[in-house]
Design a protein around this ligand. Structure first.
Ligand SMILES: N[C@@H](CCC(=O)N[C@@H](CS)C(=O)NCC(=O)O)C(=O)O
Length: 216
């Protein structure tokens, strides 16, 4: 088994990579990283000085692959399975990448802003930034709601990279900014993704750690 994933079971961006690995039952060694442990943090920094996970190590090819999107593209190229994460057609692939960027940049990162602010000391909180992030998330919910009203997955009828990005962003997004009745198609889409065996497995493995998620 040549693949090792440096990850934490609660980490939303790690979920993205885990969904892709579980989709195809790709063999890998999970290497849990406790960032509060100085030795484990130093080990992560050594392979990816940015210090964020997920990071994939491929010992067969002697490669370190950071960044969830890049990991999924790497798996799709070098360890393909039944679920392909990017379509062959260049225009369809561009659209899929756009959805991936959309979910990461405009839902996932603002969600991290909202949740991360809860971990700050009271005097260092950023209420203005949090309100901006919440407004961004809400405007995205409107876009997503219109899009998923008439499709099963983020890109249509085929599960893809876009769904790997959407699942964690919307799961935690709903905890940060609840969908509300006006975004019922987003809620229904999230239920579909939660029922997908790959994401259901991610959630089951994360469940013992959910008490660590900061509440509002
Ligand atoms: N752009 C990165 C984001 C990764 C990321 O933000 N990971 C978070 C966990 S969800 C992390 O490592 N946080 C720890 C830190 O920032 O110290 C990706 O897509 O992999």
């Amino acid at each position: 088994m040549s693949l090792t994933l440096y990850y934490h079971p609660l980490s939303s961006f790690c979920w993205k990579a885990l969904i892709a690995l579980y989709e195809n039952d790709t063999p890998f060694t999970p290497q849990m990283v406790d960032l509060s442990n100085p030795d484990e943090r130093a080990a992560l920094l050594k392979i990816w000085p940015i210090g964020k996970f997920p990071v994939l190590r491929d010992s067969a090819k002697d490669r370190i692959v950071p960044e969830s999107t890049v990991i999924i593209e790497y798996l799709d190229t070098h360890y393909p399975g039944a679920t392909r994460f990017l379509p062959e057609d260049a225009d369809a692939a561009r659209q899929t990448r756009l959805r991936d960027r959309f979910y990461d940049l405009y839902v996932h990162l603002p969600m991290q802003k909202v949740v991360g602010d809860r971990l700050r000391p009271a005097a260092s909180r950023d209420p203005y930034g949090v309100e901006e992030a919440k407004a961004r998330i809400t405007s995205c919910y409107g876009m997503i709601d219109r899009e998923v009203a008439s499709r099963t997955w983020a890109m249509g009828e085929t599960f893809s990279l876009a769904d790997c990005a959407a699942a964690p962003a919307l799961f935690y997004g709903n905890m940060a900014v609840p969908f509300g009745a006006e975004h019922r198609h987003v809620a229904a889409y999230l239920e579909r993704v939660k029922a997908r065996p790959s994401f259901a497995r991610v959630l089951k493995e994360a469940a013992p750690y959910f008490g660590m998620v900061p509440k509002a």
